[in-house]
Design a protein around this ligand. Sequence first.
Ligand code: NAD
Length: 365
Amino acid sequence: MQSYKIAVLAGDGIGPEVMQEAVRVLAVVQKRFSFQLELTEARVGGAAIDHDGEALPPRTVEVCEQSEAILFGSVGGPKWEALPPNQQPERAALLPLRKHFQLFANLRPAVCFPNLTHASPVKEELIAGGFNVLCVRELTGGLYFGQPKGTHMENGEAVAVDTMIYKQSEIERIAHIAFKAAQGRSKKLTSIDKANVLENGVLWRKTVTALSSQYPDVRLNHLYVDNAAMQLIRDPRGFDVVLAENLFGDILSDEMAMITGSLGMLPSASLGTKELASGRFGLFEPSGGTAPDIAGKGIANPIAQILSAAMLLRYSLGQHAAADAIDAAVRTAIDQGFRTGDIYSEGTQRVGTRAMGDAIIAALS
Ligand code: NAD
């Protein structure tokens, strides 16, 4: 039987609560699809600061290194907000993990289920039947990391400099991920740039276009980022996979998350340079944070964490059937009317974290 090692880093706030449900779901699918998951828990974030004195203890990194993927909860909360910025849980745990494992591709599906369109701030007639857009964002290049970077004095005033820089190989690397993702979906890819103003945009467009001959089954189109920001709200159903560099992807993926209507539903994947027999090493986590306002109450929505586990099965382990089954079970639980508080509406059944997990597991069996 195929066996995989997974690092489980639940973190803080609602992290442990929603992680418990994802782990229960994984236990069910591994039996049903005949593979074995060896899960190893490790501390991260505020929990690790309290226990080990640092947000990312060496043992945690070691567990991740020995694993094929990381299932991550979320980190941070009011308790650690007074720490110096470079010791804060997100900065001291997530950023080093991204760097250590060279997680260069961020995949964020923005899915609005047909039964949840009322929760979206977009008019229902524009999104009837729901939508499903996958944002593929470059995560390690561009303005966030380009050098020179800094603030200096010039003629008696402060001047700030950030540098936008992309190598052709960096664009190709992320574009391959996006083309392949499109091949597994509706085979439509929209590449985002600002080629009318930025040199980076010109190279981005040229590189993505050149690569498209390797993916003749994928329809490629290009949009300037300002136009894309408008079109994604006007007609989200018109998009399948959206590819963007770091800054544009940061903004557009948040825009997409907002118009789905629920943060507690959205998973994400960050894929690294390490290739595995069945996929690519990655870190999989909900798009939201630790939700301190509802932590410990048993009412958080576990769906983002459960769908993150499904992405892990799909992108790191190549267990597509098991991933599809989890996606379908979540959809069934929603269709059956089960709702946590964040997505509750009149006429549906309000449930807690555990009961939502139960409903998804029931739909799986
Ligand atoms: P948040 O995502 O934690 O919460 C925003 C709102 O969404 C809250 O009202 C919360 O209750 C709700 N929410 C989020 N996830 C939910 C779920 N699964 N079910 C139901 N409701 C949910 O964002 P925030 O309040 O800005 O941040 C809180 C803490 O989380 C901060 O310490 C922040 O630094 C941290 N954070 C961590 C990560 C991460 O680990 N990747 C990401 C974002 C924020």
